[in-house]
Design a protein around this ligand. Structure first.
Ligand code: ATP
Ligand code: MG
Length: 557
């Protein structure tokens, strides 16, 4: 048997194990799942969880996972989104191989299954308007009603055919499944399974003017593709009896099982596609791939790695209870990953000049430094040193506060990997701003070591003023100032963090960064993890995005 591989890490795996053990519908079949995005927006981190659950479950059981565009709704789909969705899933490291489908490819079969239901007396054409239907839906003690429920099969068949032929206008009629008007589950009170919608579809054009409802279409799509386990989010739990009813009552080629898991929420952001689109369309962000967006393309641009996202989804796990995860945990996962894989580099974000007054003018020395302290295989690079350097303006203080261990007159500091220098003074402009800092170096301390063993507490990063490069650095913070912008009073856009993007110009970075390629990621020493911007960074104009700071703000609960 092909699917005997057992895993038991979460409740979905346990359910699948039970199915395999029981044989029956699943006997001898490979575990087969699908990821069914609606192509009306870009994938976000919530979708990434679903992608990891769908593809990841198949992977665990050595099964298969299809990619299917859920395009049964003709109003919103866009080809741009289809391509972006594919790219994002590949980037995450998953592969649907040749199993890429569109739900709209099955419109013909869906129509036939609807006819089958009518013929079996299990569906009827209803002429209640939307408003009447709401009025007649009843409540827990009163059943719903429809005066059309018992119309003859022949009449429904005829009307449904004419609906398809375009004889009736939108909203005039619907096809309803004949299930149970008194059901305690309102999804089962004769749900609408087809509606009239005279609208072109981006793939089927004007071939159809009736479209199937999600609850009818989805189980059919799954059954046609031979999906064994249809994993979806919790809001579909109440719809599961309807899912099963459809599969049980049509001559479906297979009987998939729906299993629901919790949606992912993240603090200080929004996740609904409608709201993300609003942020883009109203110019609150620069696009779907703005590095502040929770979209996968935004996160990639920010500096997130696929590994960090997969590690995140692994660690939050799957459960049956919706939860909101701290944004800090996502950052924690990124930091963990980049700490291992990002090359170290030096960049000065708010530069002031440091002049080593006893260092010969015109002299340049080279230091060979490691790209990563724990990974010699990542190699070394050459850093040059000369009389004039740039350092962070905050690494010098005229009047040091207590315990300040960086440059102030009389204090010694290590210029990372180069020399120990002693601060001798500074020059200020008319406004009192420090424009140059002066120091003398100790030639005996090459490499930053003290031969006499004297203690030098502070170590600062720097770049060589002679050959460093200018860069723009974009510092990002939470897009929203409140944890739950969806739940906060007023409009969610009222809570956009005005400091979510701070652009620093005139930063100085070491020469080696001149060859940074888009999406290359670095640890700028003492600053954080940064990623060369994939759109705006190139030769001559370096732009780095701060992916995440060094300090872990994530509090383990
Ligand atoms: P939105 O409400 O943002 O429009 P959606 O659920 O309509 O999202 P789809 O394109 O239909 O978006 O989603 C594709 C798949 O991703 C579905 O199976 C859905 O359940 C899942 N999904 C969407 N959002 C989340 C989330 N926040 N957490 C987990 N899974 C999600
Ligand atoms: Mg949806």
């Amino acid at each position: 048997m092909e699917n005997e591989k057992l895993v038991n890490e979460n409740f979905i795996h346990r359910f699948i194990n039970e199915d395999i053990a029981e044989g029956g519908d699943y006997y001898g079949k490979k575990v087969h799942t699908r990821f069914p995005p609606e192509p009306n927006g870009y994938l976000h981190i919530g979708h990434a969880k679903a992608v990891c659950v769908d593809f990841g479950t198949a992977e665990k059981f050595s099964g298969l996972c299809n990619l299917r565009m859920d395009d049964t709704n003709p109003t919103k789909e866009d080809v741009e989104y289809v391509d972006a969705i594919k790219e994002d899933i590949k980037w995450l490291g998953f592969d649907w191989e040749d199993r890429f489908y569109y739900a709209s490819d099955y419109f013909g079969q869906m129509y036939d299954y609807a006819v089958e239901l009518i013929k079996k007396g299990l569906a009827y054409v209803c002429e209640l308007t939307g408003e009447q239907m709401r009025e007649y839906r009843g409540d827990l003690s009163t059943p719903a009603k429809s005066p059309y429920r018992d119309r003859p099969v022949e009449e429904s068949l005829d009307l449904f055919r004419r609906m398809r032929e375009g004889e009736f206008e939108d909203g005039k009629m619907t096809l309803r499944a004949k299930i149970d008007l008194a059901s305690g589950n309102f999804c089962m009170r004769d749900p609408v399974i087809y509606r009239i919608n005279h609208m072109s579809h981006h793939r089927t054009g004007d071939k159809w003017c009736i479209y199937p409802m999600y609850d009818f279409a989805h189980p059919i799509e799954d059954a046609i593709e031979g999906i064994t386990h249809s994993l979806c989010t919790l809001e579909f739990e109440a719809h599961r009896p309807l899912y099963d009813w459809v599969v049980d009552n049509i001559s479906a080629p297979s009987k998939p099982r729906q299993i629901e898991f919790a949606r992912l929420g993240i603090t200080n952001t929004v996740m609904s596609k409608r709201k993300l689109r609003r942020l883009v369309e109203d110019g609150f962000v620069s696009g779907w791939d703005d590095p502040r967006m929770p979209t996968l393309c935004g996160m990639r641009r920010r500096g997130y790695t696929p590994e960090s996202i997969r590690s995140f989804t692994d660690q939050i796990g799957v459960s049956k209870v919706n939860s909101t995860v701290e944004y800090g945990f996502l950052e924690h996962c990124l930091r963990d990953d980049l700490n291992e894989r990002a090359a170290r580099a030096m960049a000065v974000l708010d530069p002031v000049k440091l002049v080593i007054t006893n260092y010969p003018e015109g002299k340049t020395e080279e230091f060979e430094v490691e790209n990563h302290p724990n990974h010699p295989e990542m190699g070394t690079r050459t850093v040059t040193f000369s009389r004039e350097l740039f350092i962070e303006s905050t690494d010098f203080m005229e009047e040091p506060f207590k315990k300040y261990q960086r440059l102030y007159v009389g204090n010694e500091v290590r210029i990372k990997s180069a020399y120990i220098v002693k601060c001798t003074g500074c020059k200020k402009d008319d406004s009192g701003k420090v424009v140059e800092v002066y120091a003398e170096y100790d030639p005996e301390t090459r490499g930053g070591n003290t031969p006499d063993g004297r203690k030098v507490r502070g170590t600062i990063h720097w770049v060589n003023a002679l050959d460093c490069l200018d860069a723009e650095v974009r510092m990002y913070d939470d897009l929203f100032t409140v944890e739950d912008p969806d739940g906060a009073e007023g409009e969610f856009t009222d809570y956009i963090n005005p400091e979510s993007l701070v652009v620093l110009k005139g930063c100085k970075v070491e020469k080696a960064l001149g060859s940074a390629k888009p999406e290359d990621r670095f640890q700028f020493m003492r600053q954080g993890y940064f990623c060369a911007d994939c759109k705006d960074s190139g030769e001559g104009a370096l732009v780095f995005n701060r992916a995440v700071g060094l300090k872990d703000s994530f509090k383990k609960k």
